[in-house]
Design a protein around this ligand. Sequence first.
Ligand SMILES: *Cc1c(COP(=O)(O)O)cnc(C)c1O
Length: 389
Amino acid sequence: MSSLAKNYKRRNLSFSKGRGSFLYTKGGTKFLDFVQGIAVNSLGHANPSLVKAINKQSNKLWHVSNSFKIPEGEELARKLTSKTFAGAVIFQNSGAEATEAAIKVARRYFYSIGQSKKNRILCIKNSFHGRTIAAINASGSKKMTEGFGPKVGGFDHFEFGNHVELKKKITNKTAAIMIEPIMGEGGIKVIPTWCLKEIRKICDKKKILLILDEVQCGIGRSGKFFSYEYANIKPDIVPIAKGIGGGFPIGAVLMTKKVSNAMVPGTHGSTFGGNPLAMSVGNAVMDEIFKKGFLSRVKSNSRYFISELNKIKNKFPKIIKEIRGVGLILGIQLHHDQTKFIDDLLKNKLLTIRAGENVIRILPPLNVSKKEIDMALKIINKVCNSYKN
Ligand SMILES: *Cc1c(COP(=O)(O)O)cnc(C)c1O
């Protein structure tokens, strides 16, 4: 009997060791891990650079209060702003905290310029921004909010892809539009670049802020540092988390200098957010991702992976409906429920995870090798074959 609450549907499987793309059970069984803690272990398990960084820092200093300067955090913020649209960063510990902070920053910005009535956030219906009370209400998902009333106000919703509705839902009370450029939980639904461009234009015209939730698709996952870079646009606020800590819990909200001016002392805080231990790991992750050739390798591996997955799809059109995704955030959409397929991949020692719309989510480490991709392809092909179409 477990003393843990039953809020997760857990598999009867655990691991005692991880190395790169692989996980090992206590008994020594080896699995190819293309979940990586849901896009968290961006550099695989036990990456030597990260192990070195955390060991070094753990012998020096773990934690100090944010009422003191934290040089490791200054350094990570400098790295994040020098590589992106952002002019300032607030560190958090998780994705939901980062999206919550993004909402606070947007509201506080309008408050600071004397427009406090502009405080509503417009989101995609059935999106995912985390599990806090505000974040579940931002999602507009009945399943996530059921039983957690009263409803938190201040959020409006439009249907994915419906720009007519999007425009209609913007009022003089709208402060920001918040969307995931690639909807991870929703089924690896990529927002087309033309769509992101149009949303940016709408935000400019209506003088509202654009929040892009890059918690899952950011930090190199798409083949660019941020996935919105494909659309050649600049957001105003970007919450990040998952990949930035490479397995250590880190969240952050990035924002333009202009917006950051609203966040004066006392407006936001976090006890753990941005502590030296976390920041040292984050710095090591950034250094790896911005090594020469790293992101272009993500892109070339992605091109190969997607084209081979499409070959499998064409061989088994009655099983696979669509291959989705960008970079190394990929999805195999089936015609039917994906539960058995994921179980069969697992029986063949390939770990994947479900997403919405019958999608099998594939999230290898960003430094995955072509040989490991081939291993996965062979298993996916084998499972398709076993169904005889
Ligand atoms: C995972 C995720 C979150 C929430 O992150 P947590 O660390 O679980 O709180 C928010 N937004 C997106 C897009 C996510 O994928």
